[in-house]
Structures are given as structure tokens and as C-alpha cells.
Ligand binder design. Structure first.
Ligand SMILES: NC(=O)c1ccc[n+]([C@@H]2O[C@H](COP(=O)([O-])OP(=O)(O)OC[C@H]3O[C@@H](n4cnc5c(N)ncnc54)[C@H](O)[C@@H]3O)[C@@H](O)[C@H]2O)c1
Length: 399
């Protein structure tokens, strides 16, 4: 009989449990995925209340799945039985893989990884779910940096299909290969990306927010009109301002600031004062009741100006910036064109991959929009990527 801890051996070559450290929003979801995939899972959090909450949330999530007939009662019980909660890190000594989802702080993560190395077997893979920190710098705290990798889930982890796999410059190729294989076996869609700020999704998506805010700041249109334009002409499920309010202007602002700073203040990623003020006022969005929009009961929602010409101008400006970022990411070998497109459709629900979209809109048309912006503003943020220029000149397509 294959035991639960032997199950992982068939994929990664090491027998043991899946450990999850940090049982907040992400850790709890990751533990649920691993236990559902049939692994024995052990979860730890320095905050005992958070650990208790994760246990309750797992029970409730499984109960709902049983009610919706997506899971049998027997399977739900088996998942609960496979999930244990630890009082101390020493209990992680039998892990084959540990995924860390603790506070987003480099020193705290480095300390954790360095102490884990004194506990675990030498083949245990150590993974971080960080959204914005360098995997290489986390790995640098370890004696065996070659076993450290980024495995980046999206929120809510049990629902979102995408996982970014991020080897540090020190990661062993074999570790990358088996990590990808394992996460695929959990039913997720994985994309492989270089260890650069924001990885794929949190880098390429920046202009969806940044350029939209810029259009608002210039007085070209209000929030409601910009949201309407991107939903109507782009087919996005949510407009940028609705989405920022949904993500939280605290989280979204911090990610922007971090990506911008880590890219040595690249103007394409520059944060906006508009969003900074919302952050300072604690107008975080839905969760605080107010953001770009007012979420209090009975609040009047602003109506968009449904002018087709204006709407199309807004859409073309934002989509051209997004496409330019995707092309630049391809040019700088961040990921393959297929993975770049998968990341945006599966990680943030874009209606199409951006490179496929570029082909459809016409590379020369996208280039014209960017060159026009670049000539008008004389700002570096609008410079078209060299790969876009050469491909447009040769009339080539991405697919
Ligand atoms: N929330 C998201 O949308 C999202 C998406 C992808 C990745 N991430 C990343 O996942 C990680 C966790 O994010 P989250 O949203 O789940 O945070 P969270 O605040 O919900 O949970 C973090 C948990 O870690 C615990 N913790 C803190 N320090 C610890 C330590 N030293 N040892 C053990 N436990 C510790 C906290 O008590 C808390 O319960 C972060 O690195 C974040 O960047 C977050």
C-alpha cells in the first residue's frame, strides 16, 4: 500500500510530509490543496489563534464542498485526518517539502529558512510563497541554497489555478523540475519564471492599475468611465479601480511600490500619489467600506460617460502598456511566450494572453499608440520595447 508520505516520493524522490508554515489566508489554502491531493500535511503558525482559525476554516470549507456535492463526506474526513497542526517547528523534521507563507518580511523569512535547515533532512525542498521578495535572497540564508525555490500561489489558493515556479539563481534544476511536476499533480497550472521583482503576474499587471490611474490624474476620464472602457472594449471582468478596491489599496499600493523600488525606479512601474493618498486615508476599498468607490449601504455609484471614442482611446492606451510589458518580459527571457500568456489568463483572469492579444490588435497598431504617447509626453515609461519594434517592422506575429 502506498502511504500518504510515500505518495510524494513518486514525484519528488523524497518521502515525507508536506509542511506549511504560516496559516493565514495563503498558508491555510495551500495546506488544503496539499491534503486534498492526498498528502499528509503539517501546519504551523507562531500565532495559536491563527492556527485554530485555519483548522476551523478548513472544516468549514470542506463542509461546503460536501454540501455542494463536490466532495464525499468520506473524502472530507480523510483530508481532515491527513492534516495535523504543530506546536513547534521540530515537528517538521519528517517533511519532504515545506512551503512557507508567513509575514512578507525578508529578515523573518531568512531566519525561518535558516532554522528549518537545522531540523529537516538534507533532501527536503524549502519553498517560499512570497509575492514580492527575491527568492535568491531568501535562499542566501541557507547552507544548501540549491534546495530553495519560489512556489507562488494566488489568492484564494484552492480556487485560483495558477502557480508561478521561481528558481533562485542558486536553485538546482532538479528541484525546479520536481517542484513543477508536484504542483501540476495537485491540479494546478504552473508557469516557470525568473527570479525578478513581481515575477510574471505582479509585474506585467502593473500598468493595468498604473496607466489607468494616470489617465484619471490627467483628467481624461473618471474612475467609472475608465472601468467601463476596459470592461466594454477589453472584456476585462473588472475594471482597474474596481479591482484595486477588491484587492485592497493597501496591498496593491505596497506591491507597486516594491516592484518599482526593486526595478531601480523604472518609470513604467512608478506608484501614484492618488493611490498613496487612498492608502494613507485607509480607504482600502471593499474591506474598509471605501476606496475609489463608496461601499456603504445605499451609496450612489457614479455613472460612466459612455462615449465610444473616449472609451476606445482609454482601452488602447492601457492595453498597449500591458502588451509592451509582456513583450519586454519575453525579450528579457523572464518566461516563455506560452507561460507569459497563461500567467495572465489563469492568474488574473485576463480575457486573453497579452501576446496573443498583440497579434490580434496588430503589432504596428500597438507600436503606434506607444510611439504617440512617447512623443507626446517625452517620458521613458512609454518607450516601446525593442522586440515590439523589430517584430512590427518585419510584420511578424508572436504565434
Ligand atoms: N494574500 C495574498 O493575496 C497573497 C498572494 C500570494 C502570496 N502571498 C504571500 O504569502 C505570504 C503570506 O501571506 P498571507 O496573505 O497569507 O498573510 P497572513 O497575514 O494572512 O498570514 C501570515 C501568517 O504567518 C504567521 N507568521 C508570521 N510570522 C511567522 C513565523 N515566523 N513563523 C510562523 N508563522 C508566522 C502569522 O501569524 C499569520 O498567521 C506572504 O509572503 C505574501 O506575500 C500573499
Amino acid at each position: 500500500m502506498v502511504t500518504n508520505s510515500a505518495k510524494i516520493k513518486s514525484v519528488i524522490g523524497v518521502e515525507g510530509l508536506v509542511g506549511v508554515i504560516g496559516s493565514g489566508a495563503m498558508g491555510a489554502g495551500i495546506a488544503q490543496i496539499a491534503a486534498t491531493a492526498g498528502h499528509d500535511v503539517i501546519v504551523y503558525d507562531t500565532n495559536k489563534e491563527a492556527l485554530g482559525r485555519a483548522k476551523n476554516n478548513l472544516e468549514n470549507a470542506l463542509k461546503k464542498l460536501v454540501e455542494k456535492q463536490k466532495l464525499t463526506e468520506q473524502t472530507a474526513q480523510a483530508i481532515l485526518k491527513r492534516t495535523q497542526y504543530a506546536n513547534e517547528l521540530n515537528q517538521f523534521k519528517n517533511c519532504a517539502l515545506i512551503i512557507e507563507a508567513i509575514i512578507e518580511n525578508l529578515e523573518v523569512k531568512q531566519q525561518l529558512f535558516s532554522s528549518l535547515e537545522t531540523i529537516v533532512v538534507k533532501d527536503c525542498i524549502l519553498a517560499s510563497n512570497t509575492s514580492s521578495l527575491s527568492i535568491t535572497s531568501i535562499a542566501s540564508a541557507c547552507k544548501h541554497a540549491e534546495r530553495v525555490i519560489g512556489i507562488h500561489f494566488f489568492n484564494p489558493a484552492p480556487v485560483m489555478p495558477l502557480v508561478e515556479i521561481i528558481p533562485a539563481i542558486s536553485t538546482d534544476n532538479k528541484i525546479t523540475e520536481v517542484s513543477k511536476k508536484l504542483i501540476n499533480s495537485w491540479g494546478k497550472i504552473t508557469v516557470l519564471t525568473k527570479d525578478t521583482p513581481g515575477f510574471i503576474v505582479n509585474r506585467v499587471a502593473r500598468s493595468f492599475y498604473g496607466e489607468s490611474i494616470r489617465i484619471y490624474e490627467e483628467g481624461i476620464a473618471d474612475f467609472a468611465t475608465i472601468d467601463w472602457a476596459l470592461k466594454t472594449f477589453g472584456g476585462f471582468k473588472m475594471g482597474p479601480f474596481e479591482l484595486m478596491d477588491f484587492i485592497g489599496n493597501d496591498v496593491n499600493y505596497k506591491v507597486t511600490e516594491s516592484v518599482w523600488a526593486q526595478f531601480f525606479h523604472e518609470p513604467r512601474f512608478k506608484p501614484s500619489l492618488t493611490q498613496k493618498r487612498l492608502f494613507e486615508a485607509k480607504w482600502f476599498g471593499r474591506k474598509s467600506g471605501k476606496g475609489y468607490y463608496n461601499y456603504s449601504e445605499g451609496a450612489m455609484q457614479p455613472k460612466p460617460t459612455e462615449n465610444e471614442e473616449l472609451g476606445k482611446t482609454i482601452f488602447y492606451r492601457v492595453i498597449s502598456m500591458l502588451i509592451n510589458e509582456a513583450i519586454d518580459s519575453l525579450y528579457l527571457q523572464l518566461a516563455s511566450k506560452e507561460d507569459l500568456d497563461l500567467a495572465m489568463t489563469k492568474g488574473v483572469n485576463y480575457p486573453k494572453g497579452l501576446l496573443k492579444w498583440a497579434d490580434e490588435l496588430g503589432l504596428q497598431n500597438v507600436l503606434n499608440v506607444l510611439e504617440n504617447l512617447y512623443n507626446t509626453y517625452a517620458e521613458d515609461r512609454y518607450r516601446p520595447c525593442i522586440l515590439l519594434k523589430t517584430k512590427a517592422a518585419k510584420r511578424e506575429l508572436f504565434y
